[in-house]
Design a binder for this molecule. Structure first.
Ligand code: ADP
Ligand code: MG
Length: 188
């Protein structure tokens, strides 16, 4: 009999590697504002997760804690199984795109996007090539030598996103990155 067992055709199940683990993390700011009640969250490699909630519910607070920019009042946060405080010796790369573009106003678009590569000591020629690839991803390759003030708010935000992508991060954290973009660009 030539019967095919569908189970033998299925890919082997690979256990998902948790990239981010939030373990009962909570945050009360020094002024007493209780920004976040204990949260548990696990995000596997390759997952795309969106946090939804009204303004002031603690989305930015949680993101900043995952990035190690803010300490939880209690609980733990792990990135690839390591406490976020030890991110500097983690082989995985993390990028954070802030809610506002946070560009250097005196520097060209290209120099702004290259900043993380310059800080990492990537040779100039390779860095410039990666900057152009990253700008192409957000549709701004023609604006490489422009200054931020010559761009609209939405275009500045796309520069900031390009800067987040240029290091080809393993973990990309974005805080309302598409708020300033028009509907068509946002979908793209
Ligand atoms: N540095 C801070 N000091 C005190 N309170 C803060 C601070 N940052 C945020 N908050 C408060 O924490 C709560 C959550 O804020 P936030 O994480 O920015 O929310 P979201 O990003 O969802 O709009 C809000 O009540 C906000 O006012
Ligand atoms: Mg926010």
């Amino acid at each position: 009999m030539n019967r095919i067992d569908p189970h033998t055709l299925a890919p082997p199940t690979v256990p998902a590697v948790p990239a981010v683990e939030v373990l009962s993390a909570e945050k009360t700011y020094p002024n007493g504002t209780q920004a976040l009640l204990p949260v548990d969250l696990s995000i596997a490699e390759g997952e795309f997760v969106t946090l939804l909630g009204p303004s002031g519910c603690g989305k930015s607070t949680l993101l900043k804690m995952v990035a190690g920019m803010l300490e939880p009042s209690d609980g733990r946060l792990l990135v690839w199984r390591k406490p976020v405080a030890q991110l500097h010796d983690c082989p995985h790369k993390l990028s954070f795109v802030f809610q506002s573009p946070t560009l250097m106003p005196w520097a060209s678009v290209q120099t702004n996007v290259r900043l993380p590569l310059d800080l990492a000591g990537v040779p100039r020629k390779e860095a410039d090539a990666r900057v152009m690839e990253s700008l192409a991803l957000v549709g701004l390759e023609k604006f490489a030598s422009a200054l931020p003030r010559a761009l609209s708010g939405g275009m500045q935000m796309r520069v900031s996103i390009a800067r987040g992508l240029v290091t080809q991060p393993d973990l990309l954290l974005m805080d309302e990155p598409f708020g300033a973009l028009d509907e068509i660009t946002r979908h793209k």
